[in-house]
Design a protein around this ligand. Structure first.
Ligand code: AMP
Length: 176
């Protein structure tokens, strides 16, 4: 993708200071979502990368990961698996606890969503401390999936979240 397009995406992500609590600078992606061309560009970043990989399914994280993961899965004709915050999935789940930049929680995934040996790409909007995606990796591996790569639109590099995901391969498109 042309550097100018990536720069335009980067410029349109809005910093919202002190949200959802004091000291957090929230990266607001809604300006990307509400511009048709930019939204497509963001999806294309994931797609370009996924097309270089052999993958069976897309796993994405509640809630903003769904926005990107579902479009990628649709375009590639792959199954989509949501990882959700505790209490949202109706069937039997695996569960993993995690801490994030502004709280603590548990994530769940249906036990029959990933089949043993399936090759998985994990998609979320943003990698901060890595707690959320590390719990997603735990869930994928618990059910026997093979994590091929974790992909993020945005990475807050100063929080060193990719360390928490080691040795999983991590790709992010916009680094701050
Ligand atoms: P973490 O577990 O710390 O890597 O946090 C990642 C998750 O929290 C992602 O699903 C993000 O949507 C959200 N998140 C964490 N920090 C921010 C931030 N500064 N701006 C926007 N979203 C964030």
């Amino acid at each position: 993708m042309p550097a100018a397009t990536v720069a335009k995406l980067r410029d349109s992500i809005r910093d919202v200071p002190d949200f959802p609590k004091a000291g957090i600078v929230f990266k607001d992606i809604t300006p990307v979502l509400c511009d048709g061309a930019l939204f497509r560009d963001a999806i294309d970043l994931f797609l370009e990368r996924c097309r270089t990989l052999a993958i069976d399914k897309v796993v994405c994280i509640d809630a903003r990961g769904f926005l990107f993961g579902s479009a990628v899965a649709y375009e590639l004709g792959l199954g989509l698996i949501p990882i959700r915050k505790k209490g949202k999935l109706p069937y039997k789940t695996e569960r993993a606890a995690y801490t994030l930049e502004y709280g603590e929680a548990e994530m769940e995934m249906h036990i029959d969503s990933v089949q043993p040996g399936e090759r998985i790409v994990l998609i979320d909007d943003l990698l901060a401390t890595g707690g959320t995606s590390a719990s997603a990796v735990t869930l994928i591996e618990k059910v026997g999936g093979i994590l091929v790569e974790a992909q993020f639109l945005i990475e807050l590099e100063f929080l060193h979240g990719r360390k928490k995901l080691e040795p999983a391969p991590v790709v992010s498109f916009l680094k701050y």
